[in-house]
Write a protein that binds this ligand. Structure first.
Ligand code: SF4
Length: 240
């Protein structure tokens, strides 16, 4: 993680934030992605973090327009493709955002020494917990809200994703500004604003995660079918 400390501010209680979701969720249900982020910028300011997998820079780009300097959290599991790390570096270079690279407590080598090599191949749930879920929870501490690039068309499990929701696990507001966007809307935004896209997308990966778990060609109709081949798992657990 960046050595630079996250600035502290007076954070509201869970009850206050949950009440905010109850009031604003319905009002923002049909708002545009930018309107939602404008609201989030005004409401949370530096208490807003944006999560990005660096499959593309659509969400960081939108968020930077609404809140220049916004924190963009990238989970570096130690297993990412080179293209993904280069996309992260380009996002940091081109956009007015602060990219925070979050690493797990243990390196891949340390994890291998402790639990044996290739934990992802034997127990991907445990691997995701150590390398994604726990680091994200630590990274989000101190913020009041986080924004994600979840979309309803990603998978059946995400079909009812709300634009503004209460995140019980992290006890904060979860904002999904592009939840309603189609693939075409994403492509239009990329073209209109010349937004960075991970080069792997051109090679057919519409859901880009860690190298070992993004192996198969994608099946038509399910953008996340290329993940965790051979396991029933379709989500890393960050959004459950
Ligand atoms: Fe481990 Fe695969 Fe999860 Fe990455 S996606 S943390 S390699 S199980």
């Amino acid at each position: 993680m960046s050595a630079e400390p996250i600035e502290q501010w007076e954070s509201r209680s869970s009850a206050e934030l949950r009440g905010l979701v109850d009031r604003m969720g319905p009002q923002l249900a049909d708002a545009t992605a930018y309107q939602i982020l404008e609201w989030a910028a005004a409401e949370f300011g530096e208490g807003l973090a944006v999560a990005s997998s660096m499959a593309d820079a659509v969400l960081p780009h939108l968020a930077a327009r609404a809140l220049p300097g916004v924190d963009v959290v990238f989970l570096d599991t130690g297993y990412h493709f080179e293209e993904t790390l280069r996309t992260r570096d380009e996002v940091a270079r081109r956009l007015p955002v602060r990219v925070l690279t979050i690493e797990p407590v243990h390196s891949v080598a340390q994890q291998d020494a402790e639990l044996g090599p290739d934990l992802f191949g034997r127990d991907p749930g445990a691997c995701c917990r150590r390398r994604k879920i726990e680091p994200l929870a630590a990274a989000l501490r101190g913020y009041e809200a986080w924004a994600t690039g979840l979309r309803r068309t990603d998978s059946a499990a995400r079909a009812s994703t709300a634009t503004v929701a209460w995140d019980e696990r992290h006890r904060m507001v979860k904002i999904n500004p592009i939840a309603a966007w189609t693939d075409e809307q994403v492509a239009d935004y990329v073209a209109q604003h010349d937004v960075l896209v991970n080069p792997l997308v051109e090679q057919g990966y519409t859901s880009i995660g860690c190298g070992p778990c993004t192996l198969r060609p994608l099946l038509a109709g399910d953008a996340r079918s290329g993940r965790w081949a051979g396991f029933a798992k379709t989500e890393c657990g960050l959004h459950s």
